[in-house]
Design a binder for this molecule. Sequence first.
Ligand code: ZN
Ligand code: ZN
Length: 381
Amino acid sequence: VTTAPAEFHHDRWRRVRALIAAQNLDVLLVSSAPNIAYLTGFFGTAGFVLVSADGGIRLLSDARYQETLALRAQDLPGLETSVVPAGGGSQDELLASQVTRLSPARLGFEAQNFTVRQFRDLERRLLGAGVHPDLVAADSPVEQLRLVKDDWEIETLREAGRRLSDVAKCIIPKALAGISERSVAAAIEAELRRVGFDKPAFDTIVASGPHSAMPHYRAGDRTLETGDLVVLDFGGVFRGYCVDMTRTVVVGSGPAGAGRSGTWERSLQDAVLEAQRAAFAVVHPGAASEDVDAAARDTIARLGMAEAFNHGLGHGLGLEIHERPRLARRREGVTLDSMAPGMVFTLEPGVYFSGRGGARVEDDVLATAGGAEWLTELPSV
Ligand code: ZN
Ligand code: ZN
């Protein structure tokens, strides 16, 4: 995986240390894979990172990643690494010994991610070693940083957005009568790889006819029929970063691609496009994300389809396909972030009429100092 140059990682380290210090932690134990990737450029499936408030940053993993860790340490000056010796000990043991060595008074851990089993195991091993740090559920310091993308991440997401728009242009004409949803999904996923994505970011959605009324449908055996609404929702992972796009087309009868919509189908397509444009127009620094959601929701309500828009407007994109910020109606217990330059998220209004059909349009945007910039775009269909 191509990762950010060292200076970007060093800047992330400076900023995470400041957040750790603000939470009065001596050491932060990072266990979430995307957070580990963000801090070190290591995309393995096993590992921990220990960040000390006063300096060091250490990446731990198992023997399978010995080579990978050595390369990361070479490319990223200041990164210390440890691997479980082949044939000896466990990763839990290695973690406990490294924490013992640092002997923090307050050790933060990621409560959303560090399991109860891992917590108890670490506590028991530290006790055995005579170390008694306060184990503190840290308030998502790395997620806080990931919320606003740095320049390298923005360039990566721009490039990913351009490539995803190319995929859309290529596959929309392939949604033809007589082809199964599953075949269209396979064509999309092949095209994603062809234009340089490492893999799909999620299971591709091809929802045709009545299936288009189900926002979480995937792709099945149904054959596309002339006049069907078809929701195509697809995304890819590029250099570790996720982008996500949806178009709703009407199936034509010939090889020319997307067909002519009937009046009802057109009204759905127009409603979601107009809602998306209204939301885009209100993105500016300091805007509440529920106000961006409301701009789309009010537009759809004005068109008489209020009940048909039954999900949030969008989600943040980055190392994960769903991350902060969330754009939705305010609800108890859900954190909504206000807009800041450098945030990247989707705008994906949809309308769904059970048994009949639905439409959704989704594009990715970057919040900027002056408003917002489209990262995915193609002439509307
Ligand atoms: Zn999507
Ligand atoms: Zn999405």
